[in-house]
Design a protein around this ligand. Structure first.
Ligand SMILES: NC(=O)CCC(=O)C(=O)O
Length: 260
């Protein structure tokens, strides 16, 4: 059975959650009308990297963005995922959430690897738990941008049987070749679908690379965006994962007695 995935490769208004919520709401409705089951938004899609103003613009997990996602997911019978600047008491996190078609939050993953080139370590705390959840009965794992440079962490998440890796990102244009190569590698080595949503546009410090991707467990590109704003769609059949894991049984052949 095919599952339609939509990746909302949007530009992000710097530090303006209300403008970004309005833009995303229209795009989520459009993706849902196209029959999508899973809709991905980029990393920090409500605020961008306006980290010096987190005190004003970050929200707790019951904040207005979460209320909107809950409602849109329920009303349109879709699962929606993306990362949002989270405030938890005095601390801030880059947190990926997913709301299912009942409006339930099924994922709450705090970015584990903070990216110094964008000053994350100065303003954010890192997470320390995995981001596994189910889309209907399909086990998936979440990752945020820089996390994809850590294959050992991605493998840790995949060892629970995940069949797909969802990635949300604000990945700059000068390193878009790394983005593509790293994502293709994560798909091949974990024999899973990779569904990766990057932003487009610019902020005061970076121009972002778009090129949202859906990659199958053989490493073949199913769908790829360009540089600008668009919704990238692809149909995936998660049963392909089992077939490829049978053909080359890497999870069986691993040697955890020699490495983790
Ligand atoms: N937002 C990020 O984590 C960016 C990561 C990145 O650009 C990289 O090269 O890694």
């Amino acid at each position: 059975m095919k599952t339609k995935i939509a990746m909302i490769q949007m530009d992000i208004a710097f530090g303006d959650p209300s403008a970004n919520r309005n833009a995303a709401e229209a795009k989520i409705k459009e993706a849902a009308d196209q029959g999508s089951t899973l809709i991905l938004l980029p990393e920090l899609w409500t605020t961008g990297y306006d980290l010096t103003r987190l005190g004003e613009i970050a929200e707790d997990l019951e904040g207005p963005t979460h209320q909107l996602l809950k409602k849109l997911a329920r009303d349109n019978r879709v699962t929606i995922a993306g990362s949002i600047a989270e405030r938890d008491k005095e601390s801030f996190y880059n947190t990926m959430v997913a709301y299912n078609e009942h409006g339930e939050r099924v994922l709450n993953y705090r970015k584990v690897h903070l990216f110094r080139l964008m000053d994350e370590e100065k303003y954010l705390e890192s997470g320390d738990t995995q981001g596994n959840f189910h889309l209907h009965n399909i086990p998936l794992a979440g990752a945020i941008c820089y996390d994809i440079r850590f294959p050992e962490w991605m493998r840790t998440e995949m060892l629970d049987g995940a069949r797909g890796l969802l990635v949300v990102a604000e990945w700059p244009k000068p390193r878009v070749d790394h983005w593509r190569s790293l994502l293709i590698s994560r798909a091949i080595e974990n024999q899973c679908f990779v569904m990766a949503c990057n932003r487009s546009g610019s902020d005061p410090n970076n121009t972002f690379g778009g090129h949202s991707l859906i990659i199958d467990p053989w490493g073949t590109i199913v769908a790829e965006g360009g540089l600008g704003e668009e919704i990238v769609y692809g149909d995936v059949d998660f049963s392909e994962v089992e077939a490829i894991r049978k053909q080359i049984p890497i999870f069986q052949d691993r040697r955890p007695d020699l490495y983790q």
